[in-house]
Design a protein around this ligand. Structure first.
Ligand code: FAD
Length: 333
């Protein structure tokens, strides 16, 4: 792409919320570790209220299952628990709605976080150069464009090309998953739109400050189309998102019926087990690495995966327990 944050990461606003399961499954522990890593970066680099906001997230559980790992409660050190009636009422939901409240959760504008990361010392962005081919040499790798021009030489190459990563690492089990969301300026009467993001079968983020001079915005989604990498907006997907919003938050669906809205489409990159793939691409130590398959959770995993890579490359302590690091590694395949 010509600019940073042009792939799936150009999402106007995303949600950062942990996965929770009664047995505190691997994915639950990984998302917590990931959110801690992202949070540090959000606090360090961004302006709260403009680029991100620690709103918490309310997660509806359509199957009624709000079981938590043993001992978790609002009085413990954990950061998710069943939502109480006050929390539900404040979000405009009926007080008997089965839901979980995630205190360490937020909305984030991914392009702002990426811009901040790219401003760090030692980073150089080169846009508009599509890598067509990688070639291995005794002293490292050479990257070529479609007309055979040399783009770069390096002893280490990291493949992080979203759903196109498989072109350079065919051994990784990657799948494109197209997704569409609707977003737009907040309508004049925005009272029914919740101040905390709502998750569940679909999601809604509202009351998000717009760019300077623009109205605050809302965003609702998202569709999941496995094996599709088309980025053409579709009316069928827009209708599916409207239905999803009606089930998720009927008052918001009413408030947004007929409101100005646009579609945004992106393509996720998913692995077979829904966990990122981070580590060497081959067993021979050729210097070819991957950091991909962030799936629907780029905000939860990108910072943690980067920390993990840095720790491995520089023989530093891992940013998470070894068993969890292994669960993200390409070596698990
Ligand atoms: C509808 C939708 C909603 C989402 N909502 C959320 C959310 O609420 N919260 C959340 O955490 N995540 C969300 N995600 C997921 C998140 O957007 C992704 O996990 C994340 O953006 C992936 O980042 P990435 O850098 O791996 O890939 P991308 O952002 O897709 O970047 C890949 C980059 O590689 C470049 N590239 C590809 N091929 C080449 C090549 N040959 N040469 C050079 N460059 C190349 C592309 O141009 C692109 O810029 C959502 C995704 C979608 C689609």
């Amino acid at each position: 792409a010509d600019w940073p944050a042009s792939g799936a990461s150009s999402l106007p606003v995303g949600m950062l919320a942990p996965h929770v399961s009664p047995d505190d499954a691997l994915l639950s522990r990984l998302t917590r570790a990931g959110i801690r890593a992202t949070w540090t970066e959000l606090v360090r680099l961004l302006e709260e209220g403009r680029d991100w906001c620690a709103t918490g997230v309310l997660e509806r559980r359509p199957d009624g299952d709000v079981r938590m790992p043993a001992g978790w409660s609002s009085r413990g050190p954990n950061e998710s628990w069943p939502a109480d009636a006050d929390r539900l009422a404040a979000a405009g939901l009926t007080t008997d709605t089965p839901a979980i409240w995630h205190a360490r959760a937020a909305w984030v504008k991914p392009p702002r976080l990426i811009a901040a990361w790219l401003r760090q010392p030692g980073v150089e962005f080169r846009g508009g150069c599509r890598v067509e081919r990688l070639e291995r040499h005794p002293d490292g790798w050479r990257l070529f464009d479609a007309s055979g021009g040399l783009l770069a030489e390096a002893d280490r190459v990291l493949i992080c090309a979203g759903f196109e990563s498989g072109r350079f690492a065919p051994s990784l089990p990657l799948q494109p998953v197209r997704g569409q969301v609707a977003f737009g300026p907040m309508p004049d009467d925005s009272t029914p739109l919740p101040h905390t993001p709502i998750n569940g079968d679909g999601h809604l983020v509202a009351q998000v400050p717009g760019e300077p001079g623009d109205a605050p915005m809302w965003l609702a989604g998202a569709t999941f189309d496995r094996d599709s990498s088309s980025i053409e907006p579709s009316e069928a997907d827009a209708a599916a998102n409207r239905d999803r919003l009606r089930r998720l938050h009927p008052a918001a669906a009413d408030a947004l019926a007929g409101a100005e809205s646009q579609a945004w489409v992106g393509v996720r990159c998913a692995s077979g087990d829904r966990r990122p793939l981070v580590g060497p691409v081959d067993a021979e130590g050729t210097g070819l690495w991957a950091c991909t398959a962030l799936g629907s959770r780029g905000l939860s995993f990108a910072a943690l995966c980067a920390e993990l890579l840095a720790a491995q490359w520089h023989a530093e302590p891992l940013p998470l327990p070894a068993a969890l690091a292994k669960a993200l590694g390409t070596q698990r395949l």
